[in-house]
Design a protein. Sequence first.
Length: 372
Amino acid sequence: MRMKKLFSFIVFAVIMTLISANTFLNHVSGQVQPITEVEEKLQGISDIEEAVLEDLFSLSQEIEEMERQKDKITFEIEQLRSESEKLSEEIEVKQNIYNSQLNILEKVLVSYQRRGPASFLETILESKNLSDFIQSLNIIRQISRNTDELLNELENSKRELALENEKLVIKEQELEKHMTKLEVTLNEMYILKEEQETILDSLGEAREIYQGELERLQKLWDEIKVLFSEILVHFIKIVERGEFPIEALNLKISFPKVSGTIYDQTLNDILKDQQDLPEMEFLFSPEGIWVNVPEKHLSLRGVFKIENKTVLQFEVEEGSFYDMPLTEASIAELFKNGSIVIDFEQILGSVILESVEVFDGYLEFVIKPDFG
């Protein structure tokens, strides 16, 4: 479906690109350029160019996610192989102990069979005195006890070997499943790469132009992923350091509960004072909460949800980068080191966050004391 849609406007894109090739080439060079120039070019491309680039970037995101999955599965396979090898070595050691014990038992039984029970009885009856009798009896008891202990050890070793072999079989089955999963992931990645290559090939003479823009866009995306992780860490520290004042909560007491209001402008004013980070802004509305990094052309829309009774956590539902939609996996990659959270316990102490509702420009919440 996507390919059919893409090829329908790619033909038009190629025609438009050929007509406006000179204009487009003026603001796109094959040389490495400063990031500011790249950003300006990305903002200045036409709707047709953006549509093609959007699909190429979407494919790049999917390929990137496939590569992450491949690395993760490969690591898990290596771990499973290591565990399987370790289990095999343990089984071999236990098997050798079992074989040794079995060999000793066989020798004892052979000796017992050769001498027979009568010989042991003769040994006892031939005792010259009570001391010899007791000594002979103790020797026979010791032999019997050692044989029983050896039999028990053999039985325990046998059970342990069976359990270890079961574990090994399970590990090998897991390994096979992961190998199959890896094969599927690699196939999907190759298909996506072929799809991307097909689109680029269809662009004819404009291929290098789009490929260059895609590479530059990918570079900017890699930079924003690193920067956004730093923003998240910094945001959490703002609350931890007490830079989010109680006054900003606009509390109203209605015993035993307390209601409050947080304005998006209040959050934005606090963030403006953070000189080490680019501008970051919140926009509250009933349709959702927007978190924007205007300088980097990143926009995320989501909702605040209550976590662990005291935390407001921002959960992203959609996002865009240079107006190009972000995949679910790409959004998850942005938040891999944490999320945007407001922990009321750090601000107000032992409280329970009961509800939260978002309006135009502000959100309202209700808390109550935690007597637990």
